[in-house]
Ligand binder design. Structure first.
Ligand code: ZN
Length: 315
């Protein structure tokens, strides 16, 4: 049976007021971050989160939350495994996407003989997840999945938002591409990690979406292929269409309830099968003429108020 993900009694007092310009709150510890995520998501045990070997970004989101991440290397092949980036919680109100990645973290902890080198980021948007109520956008009101630097961003992102979404605040792409600390951080990871594929978990459309050069999987578990299209500034458009990296987007059917264990195991097994037979030997990441120094934010972003610049990099 699906489990509810909401925790009753989530404390409104845990919400941290928005940071003022250049008034960046101190970075929360991993203990605090796991405690907050565990209070928000019934499926995430704070102790499991603390003991999962997760690392924190060295600087944080607008509200001082670290982005948690860790690597899992294959015990089968040393040094030349194909690299997979697994990502949840780009939209803060899609709880099941975070819970699913935490569930697959347990899978990776036990499956030492899977063939890939994984970089796992259970929640890219902790500010959106932890707000009360949770928000799709980050603390600056930006839809992170519209803030990636697709080549036509300057011409298309804001006009698309205004005309096609009716200026829906849930889909605001930001003032500039990579204006947000979360997208800058992830883009830098993509540049340095050079994934052979990206798996991004969302909800609640109950389909499988795909962007990139390979033939897409027709289904993963009960999720069937249904191409949703490429949007200005989306991760699928940026990494899949523009940079040439297969981006598999799993849209779980419910934001507030998880697929059951058997369903998620079937999705995982089908995903592994597709990755093993479909990925190229070398990283398909195409060079980006836009970002020759991609670990640095665009110069304009440095002037945006309330946006802490990441200065850290730990390979
Ligand atoms: Zn989403």
């Amino acid at each position: 049976m699906p489990r509810p993900l909401f925790c009753a009694g989530w404390l409104a007092a845990l919400f941290v007021p928005a940071a003022l310009a250049f008034d960046i709150p101190p970075l929360a510890s991993i203990e605090r971050s796991c405690e907050l995520i565990g209070k928000r998501l019934a499926s995430v045990n704070p102790e499991d989160c603390r003991n999962a070997g997760l690392r924190t970004s060295l600087t944080g989101t607008v509200q001082g939350q670290p982005i948690l991440w860790r690597d899992y290397r294959s015990q089968l092949s040393r040094g030349n495994s194909q690299r997979i980036l697994l990502l949840g919680g780009i939209h803060g109100d899609e709880f099941s996407s975070v819970s699913m990645v935490f569930r697959w973290i347990k899978q990776l902890e036990h499956d030492r003989f899977q063939p890939f080198y994984w970089r796992v980021i259970p929640c890219l948007n902790p500010d959106g997840l932890l707000r009360v109520p949770a928000t799709r956008t980050n603390a600056s009101g930006v839809d992170l999945n519209r803030n990636f630097p697709t080549p036509d961003w300057n011409e298309t992102a804001l006009p698309y938002w205004e005309r096609r979404t009716g200026s829906d605040p849930r889909r605001y792409p930001g003032r500039l591409p990579l204006s947000e600390p979360e997208t800058r951080w992830l883009t830098r990871h993509i540049e340095r990690f050079r994934p052979h594929a990206i798996v991004s978990v969302h909800a609640p459309f109950g389909v499988l979406d795909y962007d990139g050069p390979q033939q897409p999987p027709q289904k993963l578990g009960f999720l069937r292929l249904h191409l949703l299209g490429a949007y200005p500034g989306s991760l699928g458009n940026y990494a899949g269409v523009y940079r040439g990296v297969p981006v598999i987007t799993l849209e779980l059917p419910h934001a507030g309830t998880m697929p059951d264990a058997a369903q998620s195991a079937r999705i995982w097994a089908d995903l592994m099968t597709w990755l093993e037979k479909s990925l190229p030997e070398g990283s398909p990441l195409r060079a980006s003429p836009l970002y020759r120094e991609p670990w640095r934010a665009p110069a304009q972003a440095a002037t945006l108020p309330g946006v802490p610049l990441f200065s850290d990099w730990t390979p």
